[in-house]
Design a protein around this ligand. Structure first.
Ligand SMILES: Cc1cc2nc3c(=O)[nH]c(=O)nc-3n(C[C@H](O)[C@H](O)[C@H](O)COP(=O)(O)O)c2cc1C
Length: 188
Protein backbone atom coordinates (compact mmCIF):
# COMPACT_ATOMS: atom_id res chain seq x y z
CA UNK A 1 0.00 0.00 0.00
CA UNK A 2 1.38 3.43 -0.89
CA UNK A 3 1.69 5.94 1.91
CA UNK A 4 -0.85 8.70 2.47
CA UNK A 5 0.88 11.95 1.60
CA UNK A 6 0.06 14.85 3.88
CA UNK A 7 1.36 18.39 3.53
CA UNK A 8 1.71 20.22 6.83
CA UNK A 9 1.48 23.98 6.46
CA UNK A 10 2.74 26.06 9.37
CA UNK A 11 1.09 29.43 9.81
CA UNK A 12 4.11 30.97 11.49
CA UNK A 13 7.22 32.47 9.91
CA UNK A 14 9.23 32.32 13.14
CA UNK A 15 12.32 30.15 12.98
CA UNK A 16 11.52 28.92 16.50
CA UNK A 17 7.81 28.53 15.78
CA UNK A 18 5.93 26.09 18.02
CA UNK A 19 3.55 25.37 15.14
CA UNK A 20 6.35 24.42 12.78
CA UNK A 21 7.87 22.35 15.61
CA UNK A 22 4.52 20.61 16.12
CA UNK A 23 4.42 19.56 12.48
CA UNK A 24 8.04 18.41 12.51
CA UNK A 25 7.43 16.35 15.62
CA UNK A 26 4.29 14.87 14.04
CA UNK A 27 6.40 13.89 11.02
CA UNK A 28 8.92 12.14 13.27
CA UNK A 29 6.16 10.29 15.11
CA UNK A 30 4.13 9.02 12.15
CA UNK A 31 6.56 8.24 9.38
CA UNK A 32 8.04 5.08 11.00
CA UNK A 33 5.61 2.52 9.62
CA UNK A 34 5.58 3.90 6.07
CA UNK A 35 1.82 4.44 6.01
CA UNK A 36 2.03 8.22 6.22
CA UNK A 37 4.36 10.76 4.66
CA UNK A 38 4.17 14.19 6.27
CA UNK A 39 6.12 17.05 4.72
CA UNK A 40 6.29 20.46 6.33
CA UNK A 41 6.20 23.83 4.58
CA UNK A 42 6.13 27.42 5.77
CA UNK A 43 4.74 30.52 4.11
CA UNK A 44 7.97 32.42 3.51
CA UNK A 45 7.92 34.49 0.33
CA UNK A 46 4.15 34.85 -0.01
CA UNK A 47 3.39 38.58 -0.40
CA UNK A 48 0.33 40.41 0.86
CA UNK A 49 -2.68 39.76 -1.34
CA UNK A 50 -3.15 42.62 -3.79
CA UNK A 51 -5.92 42.43 -6.38
CA UNK A 52 -4.04 44.84 -8.64
CA UNK A 53 -0.93 42.65 -8.64
CA UNK A 54 -3.12 39.64 -9.36
CA UNK A 55 -4.89 41.23 -12.31
CA UNK A 56 -1.77 42.88 -13.77
CA UNK A 57 0.92 40.28 -13.09
CA UNK A 58 -0.95 37.12 -12.18
CA UNK A 59 -0.27 35.15 -9.03
CA UNK A 60 3.18 35.46 -7.45
CA UNK A 61 5.65 32.64 -8.02
CA UNK A 62 5.67 31.65 -4.33
CA UNK A 63 1.90 31.13 -4.49
CA UNK A 64 2.15 29.03 -7.68
CA UNK A 65 4.87 26.88 -6.10
CA UNK A 66 2.77 26.21 -3.02
CA UNK A 67 -0.31 25.51 -5.14
CA UNK A 68 1.59 22.89 -7.14
CA UNK A 69 2.85 21.37 -3.91
CA UNK A 70 -0.65 21.14 -2.45
CA UNK A 71 -1.86 19.36 -5.58
CA UNK A 72 0.90 16.80 -5.13
CA UNK A 73 -0.44 15.66 -1.74
CA UNK A 74 -3.50 13.71 -0.62
CA UNK A 75 -4.33 16.03 2.24
CA UNK A 76 -3.33 19.07 4.28
CA UNK A 77 -2.81 19.80 7.95
CA UNK A 78 -2.88 23.46 8.92
CA UNK A 79 -0.90 24.15 12.08
CA UNK A 80 -2.25 27.46 13.23
CA UNK A 81 -0.94 29.97 15.72
CA UNK A 82 -3.49 32.19 17.46
CA UNK A 83 -3.22 35.97 17.41
CA UNK A 84 -5.70 38.07 19.39
CA UNK A 85 -8.04 35.09 19.62
CA UNK A 86 -8.13 34.67 15.86
CA UNK A 87 -6.32 33.45 12.75
CA UNK A 88 -2.94 35.20 12.19
CA UNK A 89 -2.99 37.51 9.18
CA UNK A 90 0.05 35.81 7.65
CA UNK A 91 -1.80 32.50 7.48
CA UNK A 92 -5.12 33.88 6.29
CA UNK A 93 -3.36 35.97 3.66
CA UNK A 94 -1.64 32.89 2.24
CA UNK A 95 -4.87 30.90 2.14
CA UNK A 96 -6.57 33.85 0.43
CA UNK A 97 -3.93 33.86 -2.33
CA UNK A 98 -4.14 30.08 -2.65
CA UNK A 99 -7.94 30.22 -2.94
CA UNK A 100 -7.69 32.24 -6.15
CA UNK A 101 -9.24 32.04 -8.70
CA UNK A 102 -12.47 31.82 -6.77
CA UNK A 103 -14.88 30.64 -9.47
CA UNK A 104 -16.89 27.55 -8.51
CA UNK A 105 -14.90 24.33 -8.78
CA UNK A 106 -11.61 25.97 -9.71
CA UNK A 107 -10.09 26.48 -6.28
CA UNK A 108 -7.39 24.00 -5.27
CA UNK A 109 -9.17 23.66 -1.94
CA UNK A 110 -12.42 22.37 -3.38
CA UNK A 111 -13.06 18.90 -1.91
CA UNK A 112 -9.57 18.71 -0.41
CA UNK A 113 -9.11 16.90 2.91
CA UNK A 114 -7.96 19.30 5.61
CA UNK A 115 -7.36 19.06 9.35
CA UNK A 116 -6.42 21.88 11.69
CA UNK A 117 -4.26 21.79 14.80
CA UNK A 118 -2.25 24.38 16.67
CA UNK A 119 0.16 25.30 19.42
CA UNK A 120 0.46 28.31 21.68
CA UNK A 121 2.24 29.16 24.91
CA UNK A 122 -1.11 30.06 26.47
CA UNK A 123 -3.46 27.74 28.29
CA UNK A 124 -6.02 27.19 25.54
CA UNK A 125 -3.82 25.88 22.73
CA UNK A 126 -5.29 27.94 19.84
CA UNK A 127 -8.89 26.89 20.45
CA UNK A 128 -10.15 30.27 19.26
CA UNK A 129 -7.99 30.32 16.13
CA UNK A 130 -9.08 26.78 15.26
CA UNK A 131 -12.71 27.82 15.61
CA UNK A 132 -11.89 30.84 13.45
CA UNK A 133 -10.84 28.54 10.63
CA UNK A 134 -14.22 26.79 10.48
CA UNK A 135 -16.16 29.37 8.42
CA UNK A 136 -13.12 29.81 6.16
CA UNK A 137 -12.86 26.08 5.47
CA UNK A 138 -16.60 25.90 4.85
CA UNK A 139 -16.34 28.70 2.31
CA UNK A 140 -13.38 27.03 0.59
CA UNK A 141 -15.45 23.88 0.16
CA UNK A 142 -12.87 21.59 1.76
CA UNK A 143 -13.60 18.26 3.38
CA UNK A 144 -12.71 19.25 6.92
CA UNK A 145 -11.82 16.37 9.24
CA UNK A 146 -13.04 17.03 12.77
CA UNK A 147 -12.45 13.58 14.22
CA UNK A 148 -9.70 14.66 16.58
CA UNK A 149 -8.08 17.67 18.18
CA UNK A 150 -4.59 18.91 18.93
CA UNK A 151 -4.67 21.98 21.16
CA UNK A 152 -1.03 22.16 22.18
CA UNK A 153 -1.11 24.56 25.14
CA UNK A 154 1.92 25.69 27.19
CA UNK A 155 3.93 25.09 24.03
CA UNK A 156 7.03 26.75 25.50
CA UNK A 157 7.22 23.84 27.97
CA UNK A 158 6.35 21.15 25.46
CA UNK A 159 9.39 20.77 23.25
CA UNK A 160 12.97 19.83 24.07
CA UNK A 161 15.79 21.74 22.38
CA UNK A 162 15.71 19.05 19.71
CA UNK A 163 11.99 19.70 19.17
CA UNK A 164 10.90 16.43 20.77
CA UNK A 165 7.71 16.28 22.86
CA UNK A 166 8.44 14.46 26.11
CA UNK A 167 4.89 14.54 27.48
CA UNK A 168 3.49 11.06 26.70
CA UNK A 169 -0.11 12.18 26.52
CA UNK A 170 0.56 15.02 24.10
CA UNK A 171 2.85 12.88 21.97
CA UNK A 172 0.25 10.09 21.69
CA UNK A 173 -2.45 12.63 20.97
CA UNK A 174 -0.44 14.20 18.15
CA UNK A 175 0.47 10.85 16.62
CA UNK A 176 -3.11 9.57 16.92
CA UNK A 177 -4.46 12.76 15.38
CA UNK A 178 -2.34 12.44 12.24
CA UNK A 179 -2.86 8.68 11.95
CA UNK A 180 -6.64 9.00 12.31
CA UNK A 181 -6.71 11.80 9.76
CA UNK A 182 -4.69 9.67 7.35
CA UNK A 183 -7.14 6.77 7.84
CA UNK A 184 -10.00 9.11 7.03
CA UNK A 185 -8.21 10.28 3.89
CA UNK A 186 -7.54 6.69 2.80
CA UNK A 187 -11.15 5.63 3.35
CA UNK A 188 -12.67 8.65 1.59
C1 LIG B 1 0.01 39.76 17.86
C2 LIG B 1 -0.01 38.55 18.73
C3 LIG B 1 -1.18 38.17 19.32
C4 LIG B 1 -1.25 37.01 20.09
N1 LIG B 1 -2.45 36.60 20.60
C5 LIG B 1 -2.54 35.38 21.18
C6 LIG B 1 -3.81 34.83 21.53
O1 LIG B 1 -4.85 35.41 21.35
N2 LIG B 1 -3.85 33.58 22.09
C7 LIG B 1 -2.70 32.85 22.30
O2 LIG B 1 -2.79 31.73 22.79
N3 LIG B 1 -1.48 33.34 21.98
C8 LIG B 1 -1.38 34.59 21.43
N4 LIG B 1 -0.16 35.09 21.05
C9 LIG B 1 1.05 34.34 21.39
C10 LIG B 1 1.33 33.29 20.32
O3 LIG B 1 0.58 32.15 20.60
C11 LIG B 1 2.83 32.98 20.33
O4 LIG B 1 3.55 34.11 19.87
C12 LIG B 1 3.17 31.75 19.54
O5 LIG B 1 4.50 31.42 19.79
C13 LIG B 1 2.90 31.95 18.04
O6 LIG B 1 3.06 30.74 17.35
P1 LIG B 1 4.46 30.26 16.77
O7 LIG B 1 5.30 29.81 17.96
O8 LIG B 1 4.12 29.11 15.88
O9 LIG B 1 5.10 31.41 16.07
C14 LIG B 1 -0.07 36.25 20.31
C15 LIG B 1 1.12 36.67 19.71
C16 LIG B 1 1.16 37.78 18.93
C17 LIG B 1 2.46 38.19 18.27
Amino acid sequence: MSSTRILGISGSLRSQSFNTALLREAKRLVEDDGEVTLDVVTLHGIPLYDGDVESEQGEPEAVSVLKRKIQDYDAIILSTPEYNNGIPGVFKNAIDWLSRPSEAGKSIFSGRHIAVMGASPGGFGTVMAQSGWLPVLKTLGVQHWSGGRVLASKAHQLFSEQGVISDDRMRDQLKGFVQSFAEFVRSA
